[in-house]
Design a protein around this ligand. Structure first.
Ligand code: SF4
Length: 235
């Protein structure tokens, strides 16, 4: 695993658990609004490669935190592109930690294997825009069929999950929001996240804007017509 960082403590990122966060390096998308380009672009990753954290260091840290932390969040970048993700998770679980995985959903085969083997307790999947608009927003690597497969798999309910969508005024038109709510129909839980236009992978996105709090609440009402629980949170 390429481990680009550890956050040693979080009460916010794993519902109901005191956890730490492990960041993997590299991603199969290029979302213009991405706030972590240093964990995504190969040329940026190369610059911080000397700071990658050896697995041994991670597992020594986890052993020291047994009994204090309950869970480990694995995020990216995109963790499902790591060929040894499953083996890594097995080692984390063997230490007694619950595992939450963050994913963009483009590799449903990895999610399926982890769910079937009961290796993850919670999956948070980004749902970034309507499926026909995906490639425009995240790049040519987005695979509409695979995304739909991941969405359907989570909706099947064999693992606890949430979808999360970061909303941008210039991107998420009423038509796109309506299409997104229809695709997620029947899902349990969606978090709508407010866009921040500080550090972004593509410079154009620095000039894009978040919706206001009132607008986010109105959008949440739209999604509540198809999804059981919809929350708004700042990114
Ligand atoms: S926002 Fe997530 S999926 Fe998109 S490029 Fe960044 S790390 Fe990858």
């Amino acid at each position: 695993m390429i481990i680009s960082g550890i956050q040693k403590f979080t009460l916010l990122d794993f519902p109901g658990k005191i956890a730490c966060i492990i960041f993997t390096g590299g991603c199969n998308y290029r979302c213009g609004f991405c706030h972590n380009p240093e964990f995504v672009l190969p040329e940026e990753l190369a610059k911080i490669s000397k700071n990658f954290i050896p697995e041994e260091v991670v597992f020594n840290f986890l052993k020291e935190r047994q009994g204090m932390l309950q869970g480990v969040v694995i995020t990216g970048g995109e963790p499902t592109i790591m060929p040894d993700l499953e083996a890594f998770i097995m080692k984390v679980r063997a230490l007694g930690f619950a595992v939450k995985l963050d994913s963009n959903g483009n590799r449903p085969e990895v999610l399926r294997s982890l769910i079937e083997k009961k290796l993850v307790d919670y999956i948070a999947m980004d749902f970034k825009t309507s499926l026909p608009e995906y490639q425009k927003l995240v790049g040519k690597w987005a695979d509409r069929e695979k995304l739909q497969e991941s969405i359907d798999m989570l909706k099947d309910g064999n693992v606890d999950y949430e979808f999360r969508s970061t909303l941008i005024r210039e991107i998420h038109t009423p038509e796109i929001l309506q299409a997104m709510s229809e695709t997620l129909e029947g899902a349990n839980r969606l978090y709508l996240q407010t866009f921040r236009n500080g550090i972004t992978l593509h410079p154009d996105f620095k000039n894009y804007h978040p919706f206001s709090s009132d607008e986010m609440e109105d959008i949440a009402k739209l999604f509540r017509t198809t999804i059981s629980e919809v929350f708004v949170r700042g990114e």
